[in-house]
Ligand binder design. Structure first.
Ligand SMILES: [Zn+2]
Length: 465
C-alpha cells in the first residue's frame, strides 16, 4: 500500500497578523481592510488581505482581534541621549537658548556607555509607543568620548529597531559667537572625516536596510557656514541625507539676521541645503514665501508638537507646509525638551494642534496617521519602503488595542478612535517581521538591569559641575 504524498503547499510566510478590527494600510490607495491581515516574509510585507481573502499558512501568527493595525510609526527627530537629563530642574523654565546653555555642560560628560544605555532605554520607549523606525540626532561629541554613533547602533541592532542615526556636529563655541561651550565643539575636519568613516562603516543603501546614516550639523547658531556647506557637499558625494534644526525659535531669526544678515531659511539656501536631500526639525517660523520655497525644494519637515509647546516655540504651520508639497513627518524630539517619547502621544498632539490652529476640519486622525507613517518615510527618503503596508514594503507594523475603559463606546471609526480615545500604547510592535514589543512588553530581556545602569549614569551626569 502506498501512502499518498501531499502536494507541496505554498511556502509559509514568516509572520501573519490576522483578524484585525481594521488594517489601515496607508498604501497609495489608503485602503482600510476590516477584518484584514498582513503577511511578512524575509522582513518585507509579502501579502495583505481583507476579511474574505484566505490568509497564507504562517510559521507564526499574531492575533489582532479587536485591534487596529497600522504601519509602524516613523520618528523623524530625536536626541535620545537627552533621556539622561530629563526634566532637569534648573532648565525647565528656560527658552530654547537658555535651556541649551544650562544643559551643554552636563552633556559634555557623555561617553560610549552613556550613549549605549540611553539608546537602549530610548529605543525601547519608542517601540512601546508604536515606533518602528527612528532617527537620532546625536550632536554632542565631547573630546575623548569614543565612537558614540557606533554605541547607539549596537543598541538598535540588539533590540531589532530600524535606525537612522545622524552624525550631528557643533563647531562654533562661545568664543566664536556660538552657543555651546568649547568642550563640546569639534574641529570641522575631524567632523567631516568621522562622518565619512561612519557612512563607510554603517550605512546600508539597500531596500529594507536596518541602519542608515545621515549627516546633521546641529543649527545655524552652533555650526559655521563653512561646515554647513562642506557637510552638504559630503552628503551629495556619499549619497546620504542631511538633517538640521531650522526655524525653531524667534531668537534664531534674530541671531541669523544679526550674524549673517539673512533669515534662517535664506541662510540654509545659501549654504547649499535647499533640496530634497534634507529634512529639518521644527520649522515653526517660516514666512509664506519660505513655506512655498521649502515645498518647491521638497525639503522635509520633522514636526515636533510636544517639544514646540513645552519650549513655547509656537504653532508650526503644518497644514500650510503640507499644502505646499513639503513632506511632513513626526518627531518626539529630545528627551529633555519634550520629555516623553511616545509617537502615539505626538500624533495625538499633532492632531489637536492642527485643529487648534486651523479649525475642526483642519486635521483628522487619518491626516495625522499619514504624517506619522508616509510623511516620515518621505523625510527619510524611503517612500514606498516604510510607512505603508503594501507588498514589498518593510514588514514594520503596530497592533494597537482598542479595548478597555478608554475605548468603551467607540464603535464607528477605529482610526479616529485610536487618536481621540486613549492613552494607548502598542500591543505588538513588529519590525522587519520580528516582534520588538509583544503583549505590551519589550521582547528583549534585561530592561531592569539597563534601567539601573541608566540611573547610575544619569546621577553622575547631573551632578553639580
Ligand atoms: Zn532637536
Amino acid at each position: 500500500m502506498t501512502v499518498p504524498v501531499p502536494a507541496p503547499g505554498p511556502r509559509p510566510v514568516d509572520l501573519l497578523v490576522r483578524g484585525a478590527e481594521l488594517v489601515a494600510t496607508m498604501d497609495d490607495r489608503r485602503r482600510e481592510l476590516p477584518g484584514g491581515w498582513v503577511a511578512v516574509t524575509d522582513g518585507l510585507v509579502s501579502a495583505v488581505g481583507a476579511a474574505g481573502d484566505p490568509p497564507p499558512p504562517a510559521r507564526r501568527t499574531l492575533a489582532a482581534t479587536g485591534c487596529l493595525v497600522t504601519p509602524g510609526l516613523v520618528n523623524t527627530h530625536h536626541h535620545i541621549f537627552q533621556n539622561l537629563t530629563r526634566s532637569y530642574a534648573p532648565a525647565v523654565s528656560g527658552s530654547l537658548f537658555a535651556w541649551l546653555r544650562t544643559l551643554y555642560p552636563l552633556w559634555a560628560r557623555l561617553d560610549e556607555e552613556a550613549v549605549y544605555v540611553s539608546a537602549h532605554v530610548g529605543l525601547t520607549e519608542l517601540a512601546l509607543g508604536g515606533c518602528t523606525t527612528t532617527t537620532d540626532h546625536l550632536y554632542v561629541h565631547p573630546r575623548g568620548a569614543g565612537d558614540l554613533i557606533a554605541a547607539e547602533i549596537a543598541a538598535a541592532r540588539e533590540l531589532g529597531m530600524r535606525f537612522h542615526p545622524t552624525r550631528g556636529s557643533m563647531s562654533l563655541s562661545v568664543k566664536d559667537g556660538g552657543l555651546p561651550p568649547d568642550s563640546v565643539v569639534q574641529d570641522p575636519d575631524d567632523i567631516l572625516a568621522d562622518s565619512a568613516a561612519l557612512v563607510a562603516a554603517h550605512h546600508d543603501p539597500a531596500h529594507g536596510a536596518m541602519v542608515r546614516i545621515a549627516l546633521a550639523p546641529c543649527s545655524p547658531f552652533s555650526v559655521s557656514p563653512e561646515l554647513m556647506r562642506a557637510t552638504a557637499e559630503l552628503a551629495e558625494k556619499l549619497d546620504v541625507r542631511l538633517h538640521t534644526h531650522l526655524a525653531e525659535d524667534p531668537q534664531e531669526d534674530d541671531y541669523c539676521l544679526a550674524t549673517y544678515g539673512r533669515r534662517p531659511v535664506e541662510h540654509f539656501r545659501d549654504l547649499g541645503w535647499g533640496g530634497d536631500r534634507a529634512w529639518v526639525a521644527h520649522c515653526i517660523h517660516p514666512n509664506a514665501a519660505e513655506v512655498a520655497q521649502l515645498g518647491a525644494w521638497g525639503t522635509g519637515v520633522a514636526h515636533c508638537p510636544s517639544s514646540n509647546m513645552i519650549l513655547g516655540g509656537g504653532l508650526a504651520p503644518v497644514a500650510r507646509l503640507r499644502a505646499a508639497g513639503v513632506p511632513v513627518g513626526l518627531g518626539c524630539d529630545g528627551s529633555s525638551s519634550a520629555d516623553s517619547a511616545s509617537l502615539w502621544l505626538e500624533a495625538r498632539t499633532a492632531m489637536l494642534l492642527g485643529r487648534l490652529r486651523g479649525g475642526a476640519s483642519a486635521m483628522s486622525a487619518r491626516d495625522t496617521l499619514e504624517i506619522a507613517t508616509r510623511g516620515g518615510a518621505a523625510c527619510l527618503g524611503r517612500t514606498g519602503e516604510l510607512g505603508e503596508l503594501s507588498v514589498g514594503a518593510a514588514g514594520d507594523l503596530v497592533v494597537w488595542p482598542l479595548d478597555g475603559i478608554a475605548f468603551a463606546g467607540a464603535l464607528s471609526d477605529p482610526v479616529e478612535a485610536w487618536l481621540r480615545c486613549g492613552p494607548v500604547a502598542a500591543r505588538h510592535t513588529v519590525v522587519a517581521g520580528r516582534t520588538v514589543v509583544e503583549n505590551g512588553a519589550p521582547v528583549h530581556p534585561g530592561l531592569d538591569d539597563i534601567l539601573r545602569r541608566h540611573r547610575t549614569i544619569a546621577i553622575a551626569i547631573q551632578r553639580n559641575p
